[in-house]
Design a protein around this ligand. Structure first.
Ligand SMILES: NC(=O)C1=CN([C@@H]2O[C@H](COP(=O)(O)OP(=O)(O)OC[C@H]3O[C@@H](n4cnc5c(N)ncnc54)[C@H](O)[C@@H]3O)[C@@H](O)[C@H]2O)C=CC1
Ligand SMILES: O=C(O)C(=O)COP(=O)(O)O
Length: 951
């Protein structure tokens, strides 16, 4: 029974003011208790997901009741009895009970459901093993193998005594045609048996498709030579095989039970064996395990074969179920998926329709709002939906609304698992209605209820779906059009629509030191007005009374709703404050950057490995790479593209060492790497340099003095500052005399490159392509080639950087696949894979669009969170690949803690700012990163900021 703190749904004049349990989402490890012997893969799967595991072979019942209190999850096989006492002791902290196997009859599933604890199993993991044991027992029975073995071992030679019977041609009667029953049927049919079976869920056609004759139970008893049981133990199957049913069986029938003890009445079976009516029985499972003394006569009966619950006891099955249950539980805690849940259809549905999450959040808040604003008992509640998205989804939305309605009313935590059963206990039900009428909001949800104060209703929708961050909004309250973000503390009032009321309310709130966040007002032609005010703190009852006393006031209520973008995680009852959606791919580092979506190293062609890069095949591969890069990047035909050693750094230093020296150099730099090129030019090459630098990270320099007569060295995109050259690099003259050297490593494949302004461009594969490190690409214009041909370097150039031949002319062989030194052909295949992917999504325009969409996702977060800002203030020089962010109010240590927390939650790796840059975040938003992941990440950033900085 539920413990209620209030007379549920019946308090007149209730004015809210509840505190919601916003469990602090600490980064502490989740704790799992394993209380039965299990394959070690279970422990290692949990541990590698950061869980703390306590694995025991056996925990006595009384100890378990104490022990369970400190665990988030419990894993069992059939040995541990998970009773209502255990579940009650665990409730609050315990979220999941996982059964590494099929049968959950050792778990009090109803008690778990009432406490909001998820129960899951691993269907299918041990099907083969259980089916193979069943068939082994059928064969052992037909040939009496155990007795024959014992006889021979005792020195006897009794060939006559052990005359057996063939299975071929005999009828096998199966009760239960689930996974195991069907597998047994398939094996037995292959042995020539006739297979008949009964299962209330299986149609005759579906059974026929499995080559099983669907019959009723009486036919199984009457026709089977062998009967095998494969149902769960339920009220209906308990003692299914008893004296009565046995009497209906053929004399000489043999019976196998590898399903559950209790399906067979053990005393009746012993009688039937004693009378000879049953010729043999094979049991793997017992009513009580281990079996008590009392059933010794059955176990010791000459014609009874018995095994100690070994159906799932194979290395393969144990490995599989142990791995499955651990990864299912990890997935639940990480909100990735809900698989194998046996006590919540709604949860499984919720995880399948993640696109509905904002509506689920809305429904929950609407339910919560209405219940808190009601005046008296509810009479009837109706949820109506409009719009294609919501059609057929009302069970999910109803569950959300119920969760919202119950949460402020009951003491225990309400989640999607227990909300429906709790509601049933209160007799609280919601009617549903789908309305075809179009609405200006597209998809709209309305909850109406009849209370003592008449019909009340609230309607809401979700704005910004698809484009901006989706936001639930209340658009109508009691027939008044309003616009309200349903979160936090809310004051509702209805009054005669006359001047002065709002002023009086704000002044009362001000006097009580309560900040007003927003006002939503609606009015009807009849002269009534309704107002909803969101305020920063809860409103004391005395203040409500004072507002109620204002002239013209009809009704006043207050309510408290959970903070937005935080409560759907509570759907799982896991952690109310954590966002529910995690990035699918948490790799947001700025180099090496994330591989393309769907990347699998196993799919790379490997035929070339071990071959010479100078073989015709090796050469062809290198040329394919440079040609494809050239085509996808729309590099002009007359330019040369080649592979260089040493990543982008190697390629760019090769460019500087080979091309500079004949003119003064202007260096435009605005972050660490560009500053490195500046230092190279001054300190190593001792060039005549003009410095176009910046005072601080995030700025773009004043480039108005860049001279067309000089050479120009610049970075196109500052990976460490999140600053980029403005589109088209307008400061570079078309008719210049000098040449330009452009480090484009985090710009290519994500930005349009103005090739006519770039004479030597370099990049590495590990950035925008998500390729492998150590190789770079160099692109030379005809002017750069001419520079090589007409000048010589006045300093030594190491062999791996040398772009000239012995005669001093440009070594264009490098750009025809004849690379300077040995490349990794595996890295080449990997890069080609990225290029093929680039092509498949629509080439360069699609890659640029991806990166832009990612930047917009971050921009939306910056709009939403006042403490979050771009390091690059000017949008025209803001990078869409290496996006650098500052967290206002966070100390450097706190920024580090935010980064560490996001990594420990496995939502974002490697997103701390570059070591020389100001503390902050650097999120790679190049084309290989998916926008949905950036969107999900930004909610997590907000969560981590709350955890570390605000708490
Ligand atoms: N001995 C052992 O170590 C193992 C035992 N098992 C047990 O075997 C049994 C079957 O497992 P699965 O095939 O994996 O489960 P399943 O869920 O795939 O199949 C059970 C089937 O029983 C049917 N059923 C339910 N009530 C029935 C009734 N009154 N009459 C006839 N059929 C009914 C269901 O419709 C369902 O098709 C379960 O009790 C499970 O716990 C499973 C694995 C290992
Ligand atoms: O999976 C089942 O239902 C089983 O009966 C197997 O039980 P076990 O995990 O071997 O204790």
């Amino acid at each position: 029974m539920l413990r209620l703190t209030r007379t549920v749904l019946g308090l007149p004049g209730f004015t809210g003011g509840f505190s919601f349990s916003s469990a602090a989402a600490l980064a502490a490890a989740r704790k799992v208790l394993i209380s039965d012997p299990i394959d070690p893969i279970c422990v290692s799967t949990f541990e590698s997901a950061g869980f703390e595991v306590d694995a025991r072979d056996k925990v006595p019942a009384d100890e378990l009741v104490e022990l369970i209190k400190s665990y988030d999850a419990l894993v069992v096989r059939s040995g541990t009895q998970v009773t209502s006492e255990v579940l009650a002791a665990g409730a609050g902290k315990l979220r999941v009970v996982g059964r590494a196997g099929t049968g959950v009859d050792n778990i009090d599933v109803d008690a778990a459901t009432a406490s909001g604890i998820m129960v899951m199993n691993t269907p299918g993991g041990n099907t083969t093993s259980a089916a193979e044991l069943t068939v082994s027992l059928l064969m052992a029975l037909s040939r009496d193998i155990p007795n024959a073995t014992t006889s021979l071992k005792s020195g006897k030679w009794e060939r006559k005594k052990y005359m057996g019977t063939e299975l071929e041609g005999k009828t096998l009667g199966l009760v239960g045609l689930g996974q195991i029953g069907r597998r047994v049927a398939a094996i037995c049919r292959a042995m020539g048996m006739r297979t008949i079976g009964y299962d209330p869920l299986m149609s005759a056609d579906a059974a026929a498709a499995e080559a099983i004759e669907a019959v009723d139970l009486d036919a199984v008893w009457a026709e089977a030579d062998f009967i095998s049981l494969h149902t769960p133990l339920t009220a209906e199957t308990r003692s299914l095989v008893d004296a009565n049913t046995l009497s209906k069986c053929k004399p000489g029938v043999r019976i196998v039970n590898c399903a559950r003890g209790g399906i067979v009445d053990e005393a009746a079976l012993l009688d039937a064996l004693n009378s000879g009516h049953v010729a043999g029985a094979a049991l793997d499972v017992y009513e009580s395990e281990p079996p008590p003394e009392a059933i010794k006569p059955l176990l010791e009966h000459e014609r009874c074969i018995c095994t100690p619950h070994l159906g799932a006891s194979t290395e393969e099955a144990q490995h599989k179920v142990a791995h499955d249950i651990a990864s299912q539980i990890v997935d639940v805690f990480e909100d990735r998926a809900v698989r194998g849940v046996v006590n919540s259809r709604i949860l499984a549905e919720l995880m399948q329709h993640k696109d509905l999450l904002p509506f689920v959040e809305l429904a929950e808040r609407m339910g919560s709002l209405l219940i808190q604003l009601r005046a008296d008992k509810l009479k009837s509640v109706t949820l109506s939906t409009r719009g294609d998205l919501l059609k057929g989804k009302s069970s999910l939305l109803k569950a959300a609304a119920l969760k919202g309605m119950l949460t402020p009313m009951v003491e225990e935590p309400v989640n999607f698992i227990n909300a429906p059963s709790m509601a049933t206990e209160f007799g609280l039900s919601i009617n549903e209605l789908f309305e075809n009428k179009p609405t200006m909001h597209g998809n709209e949800l309305t909850i109406t209820f009849e209370g003592a104060d008449g019909m009340r209703s609230v309607s809401g929708t979700v704005t910004g779906r698809g484009t901006a961050a989706p936001q639930p909004r209340i658009v109508n309250l009691d027939q008044f059009a309003i616009d309200l973000l349903p979160q936090g503390n809310v004051l509702y009032f209805r009054n005669d629509d006359k001047p002065g009321v709002i002023g009086a309310i704000t002044s009362l709130l001000g006097t009580a030191n309560i900040n007003v966040g927003s006002f939503a007002l609606g009015r009807s032609p009849s002269g009534a007005a309704v107002g909803v005010v969101s305020v920063d703190s809860s409103i004391p009852d005395e203040l409500i009374d004072s507002i109620a006393g204002l002239d013209g006031m009809i009704a006043v209520r207050s309510a408290k709703l959970p903070a937005l973008s935080s409560s759907v995680g509570g759907a799982l009852g896991l952690d109310e404050s954590k966002p529910v959606i995690r990035p699918n791919n948490p790799k947001f580092g700025s180099g090496p950057c994330s591989k393309r979506p769907g990347y699998d190293v196993a799919e790379l062609p490997t035929g070339i490995l071990g071959r010479s890069h100078r073989s015709s095949e090796g050469l062809a591969l290198l040329n394919e790479l440079t040609n494809e890069s050239k085509r996808i990047l729309s590099v002009p035909d007359e330019y040369h593209v080649g592979v260089m050693p040493g990543s982008d750094t190697g390629a760019f230093e090769a460019a500087m060492w080979n091309l500079l020296g004949s003119r003064p150099v202007d260096i435009v730099h605005f972050e660490s790497f560009g500053t490195g090129w500046y230092k190279d030019a001054v300190q190593q090459l001792k060039l005549d340099v003009r410095n176009f630098g910046v005072d601080a990270y995030g700025e773009f320099p004043d480039v108005s003095g860049v001279s067309p007569a000089h050479d120009l060295v610049f970075t196109y995109n500052g990976t460490t500052s999140g600053v980029r050259v403005p589109d088209g690099a307008p400061f570079i003259a078309d008719n210049r005399e000098g040449i330009t050297l452009c480090d484009a490593t985090s710009a290519v494949f994500a930005m349009d490159m103005p090739w006519d302004k770039l004479d030597c461009t370099t990049y590495s594969w590990q950035k925008a392509l998500g390729g492998e490190a150590a190789h770079g690409t160099m692109i030379l214009s005809p002017a750069a080639v001419e520079r090589l041909n007409t000048t010589t370097a006045s300093w030594p150039v190491p062999k791996v950087f040398n772009l000239r031949k012995g005669d001093g002319s440009a070594n264009l062989d490098i750009f025809k696949g004849k690379v300077i030194n040995t490349p990794s052909l595996l890295a080449v295949e990997d890069c080609l894979d990225a290029l093929r992917w680039a092509d498949s999504i629509g080439g360069l325009p699609a890659m640029i669009a991806n990166s832009q969409a990612n930047l917009r996702a971050v921009e939306r977060a910056v709009d939403r969170f006042p403490w979050l800002s771009f390091l690059a203030k000017d949008a025209a020089t803001r990078s869409s690949t290496s996006v650098c962010l500052e967290l206002e109010g966070a100390t450097p240590e706190q920024v580090k803690a935010v980064v560490a927390l996001l990594a420990s939650e496995r939502v974002a790796y490697d997103i701390g700012a570059y070591r020389d840059a100001p503390p902050g975040l650097r999120i790679w938003c190049g084309a290989t990163v998916e926008t949905a992941d950036v969107e999900a990440l930004m909610d997590w950033v907000a969560w981590a900021y709350d955890e570390v900085v605000r708490k």
